[in-house]
Design a protein around this ligand. Structure first.
Ligand code: ZDP
Length: 327
């Protein structure tokens, strides 16, 4: 509250020190050093930072003092619009940890406003955002709708993430495809869609993935038609992310992704993890390697580790710009 007795110089002083205080909170090498306004949402505007992981791009909002996102799914979808908004494949919220075992919580809305359980490229961007905000740590334990996820900051600026164990039981992915493989899972199971017969493997990394191996990514699929048809096929009650995959070498896979709730994106981290698991189970590549997955936006390295059955994903995350947007 401002008292009338406060002189103008005192008022200016107050403003300056509050802005210096919030700026000082950021990491010394933070890209936000010039920013004085905190990354929060006010009545009709939101302060945000934009990050990308292999061209999979996200709007990051700092809600570390909140338990739930400060924006609605509708507001988030509008912000993701590349003409009427900021543009992005999703909005990610840094939230208060639900309990002491976690450092923070993450929630994400896809560009259509739907809420997925997890995101691979997004959590690397999230970890970079925390570091840039001054939450200086070599790793973070993040609570997500898919459970605890642990990004580790590497010396070279990339991030390696413990993505947890893959879910292989078909009904848990979820899919109504008949299990045809050990562990009640669906591996290259037949599916009719769009007048074509597909061989589909179903894997969940917290979010659902349908993986389809093809001989030639350019010739064997009509991406813009087959992608959305498979995404919304009745065999996938929660809809599904669709990865079309070509095996390039025993440790190298190439993919195109049609994302649930986002359409064609340049990269999908959970998808890269899911397709690596599917490739090993379908006998396309040997188990145990640190596999290169080439996405339209670049390469990720994925390891399904036999010792703990967990999937580890390594890749970049880059700050692009920051700003304030109307909501
Ligand atoms: O599961 C889904 O609805 C995905 N569209 C979520 C986003 C996934 C993401 N692209 C990733 O990298 O895993 C962020």
């Amino acid at each position: 509250m401002v008292h009338s007795s406060m002189s103008l110089p005192r008022l200016v002083g107050l403003f300056l020190c509050s802005s210096v205080r919030s700026a000082a909170a950021f990491a010394s090498n933070s890209p936000f050093i010039t920013t004085t306004m905190p990354f929060t949402t006010s009545l009709n505007s939101v302060k945000f930072a934009k990050y990308e992981g292999l061209g999979n791009d996200f709007i990051l909002v700092d809600d570390r003092d909140k338990e739930a996102p400060s924006l609605t799914p509708e507001q988030s979808a509008k912000l993701c619009n590349r003409n009427f908004g900021i543009g992005g494949d999703g909005v990610i919220f840094a939230l208060k940890p639900p309990s002491e075992e976690f450092d923070f919580k993450m929630r994400i809305y896809n560009s259509d406003g739907s809420e997925p359980e997890m995101c691979g490229n997004g959590i690397r961007c999230y970890a970079k955002f925390l570091a840039d905000l001054g939450e200086d740590a070599s790793k973070y334990t993040i609570d997500t709708l898919a459970g605890p996820i642990i990004p580790v900051m590497n010396e070279d600026g990339t991030v390696t993430v413990d993505m947890g164990e893959p879910e292989l039981v078909a009904s848990n992915v979820p899919t109504t495809l008949e299990p045809n493989f050990e562990g009640d899972s669906a591996v290259e199971q037949t599916l009719e869609c769009n007048g074509k017969t597909w061989k589909v493997s179903a894997v969940s990394m917290g979010n659902p993935h349908a993986i389809i191996f093809v001989d030639d990514l350019e010739k064997d699929i009509d991406f813009e038609v087959d992608g959305p048809a498979l995404e919304s096929h009745e065999a996938f009650p929660a809809r599904i992310n669709v990865e079309f995959v070509q095996v390039m070498a025993p440790d190298h896979l190439k993919m195109k992704v049609w994302e649930r709730g986002a359409g064609p994106t340049l990269a999908c981290g959970t998808g890269a993890c899911a397709l690596t698991v599917a490739a090993i189970r379908a006998g396309k590549i040997p188990p145990g390697g640190n596999n290169r997955v080439t996405l339209p936006g670049g390469d990720l390295f994925i390891e399904w580790r036999e010792s703990d059955n967990k999937v580890y994903m390594s890749g970049p995350a880059t700050f692009v710009f920051e700003g304030t947007a109307n909501v």
